[in-house]
Design a protein around this ligand. Structure first.
Ligand code: VGL
Ligand code: ZN
Length: 205
């Protein structure tokens, strides 16, 4: 069985949000069109406590996009985003949440960032998504959401590792950086991740 995983489709990643992805809102009609066609839809929500250590504001003298070592892991410092309970952490009004089966929140541990829908960046704690998908009989996942080369890419990588067939919905995602995304695409392709537009994926049984 197939499942659709929507990664971090949240206001802060939309144009006008605190960590905006260019044209991030263009994925919404594609996603709304796709949602009802999957027997199972899992959604992730980046859900940081205030003062999360991935925020530049949590480190004296640091600015967004600086890269630091955080507990042995390379960490890009971001603007404050997706703070628990804020408007920005919520879903855009246009997103049809009715067909969504389950919401998995991530990034709640102040000390470690969590890009993937499956693990924190240190691969120390699971979200439970892989186990849940397997319990539901899922063998193939299609992934859409934001940002393409960050949370979507980390999710795709871990999904392959967990043994799922993996496709990224090309028109259902947008990157923060096109250049970075091109590199990530090549790497994921080599790992067996497929990239295809929503219509192609929907036209397969
Ligand atoms: C994301 C940066 C920080 C994402 C989340 O959803 O791609 N990017 N937190
Ligand atoms: Zn985040």
């Amino acid at each position: 069985m197939k499942a659709l995983i929507l990664v971090d489709v949240q206001r802060d990643f939309m144009p006008g949000g605190s960590l905006p992805v260019e044209n991030g809102d263009r994925i919404l009609p594609v996603i709304n069109r796709s949602l009802t066609r999957y027997p199972l839809v899992a959604v992730t929500q980046d859900w940081h406590p205030p003062g999360h250590l991935s925020f530049a504001s949590s480190h004296k003298g640091r600015a967004p996009m600086d890269v630091i070592d955080l507990d042995g892991l390379e960490q890009v410092l971001w603007p404050d985003h997706c703070i628990q309970g804020t408007e920005g952490a919520g879903f855009p009004d246009e997103l049809n949440l009715n067909p969504v089966t389950a919401i998995f929140r991530k990034g709640m541990d102040r000390e470690v960032d969590s890009y993937s829908a499956f693990f924190d960046n240190g691969h120390r704690h699971k979200t439970g998504l892989a186990e849940w998908l397997k319990a539901m009989g899922v063998d193939t996942v299609h992934i859409a959401g934001l940002a393409a080369e960050v949370c979507v890419a980390y999710t795709a990588r871990d999904a392959v590792e967990a043994g799922f067939g993996v496709a990224v919905v090309e028109d259902g995602t947008r990157p923060l950086s096109e250049e970075a995304f091109e590199k990530v695409k090549a790497e994921l392709g080599a790992r067996g991740v497929r990239f295809a537009p929503a219509d192609e994926l929907l036209n397969e049984s």
